[in-house]
Design a protein around this ligand. Structure first.
Ligand code: PGA
Length: 227
């Protein structure tokens, strides 16, 4: 299948999971099975600890797989203990998940901090993937890729309906421009992926739990391949 018009983003969010050995296992299983298709954009967002090895394995295997981080610092390089600056990440990642609800809840990240992180990402050629929990959440300027992730759907096995996700995407696009790409996240599996991807305003997925299992992740890719 040649592939359709719209981009299909399939983005794995491993959260705080996978040793380096487990990460490399995953890459060696998933990498060779990703179809080389122009509009299919597969990204793995590993922990900071595995980024370097994951990146190396992808380069050696020449897999059509891109790498992202799950966060980055709102500051530049300098005296910020525990932080990882975008400038230090830019050789390893092309993407960064910013403003995930788990960070908003557990680390008290607010819109202002997330906007600063977006600036850091953009200054360092890292594409920010900002997570919004509803259409009312602010998308910072310069952000062209957004994940709609309602908190009730995250890790619960209770996804939003494809129709509602499509509606939220439509509102976001009206607000921020039709070139905004909106993906959906929250209990996505190989069973429900197709029902979301057929929605005209949705351009893919941010996948947590189901991305940890390499074979399940490959199944999701295969479900989306023809769009
Ligand atoms: P889930 O997580 O797929 O496990 O629901 C999605 C996310 O939090 O990005």
């Amino acid at each position: 299948m040649a592939g359709g018009e719209k981009n299909i983003w399939i983005i794995a969010n491993w959260k705080s999971n996978k040793t380096i050995a487990e990460a490399l296992d995953w890459v060696s299983t998933v990498g060779p099975q990703i179809p080389k298709q122009e509009n299919l954009k597969v990204v793995v967002c590993s922990t900071f600890t595995a980024l370097s090895e994951v990146k190396k394995a992808i380069t050696v295997g020449n897999f059509p797989l891109m790498v992202g981080s799950q966060d980055l610092s709102s500051f530049g390089v300098g005296a910020y203990t525990g932080e990882v600056a975008a400038e230090l990440l830019k050789d390893l990642v092309g993407f960064s998940i910013l403003g995930h609800s788990e960070r908003r809840q557990n680390f008290k990240e607010d819109d202002e901090m997330i906007a600063k992180k977006v600036v850091q990402a953009l200054q360092n050629n890292i594409t920010p993937l900002v997570c919004v929990q509803g259409p009312e959440i602010l998308v910072p300027g310069g952000c062209k890729l957004v994940a709609y992730e309602p908190t009730f759907a995250i890790g619960t096995g209770n996804p939003d309906t494809p129709e509602n996700a499509n509606q939220v995407a439509s509102i976001l696009k009206e607000k921020y421009g039709q070139d905004l790409e909106v993906i959906y996240g929250g209990s996505v599996t190989s069973q429900n992926a197709k029902s979301f991807i057929v929605q005209p305003n949705l351009a893919g997925f941010l996948i947590g739990k189901a991305s940890l299992d390499a074979m399940e992740f490959v199944k999701i890719i295969k479900e989306c391949e023809e769009f």
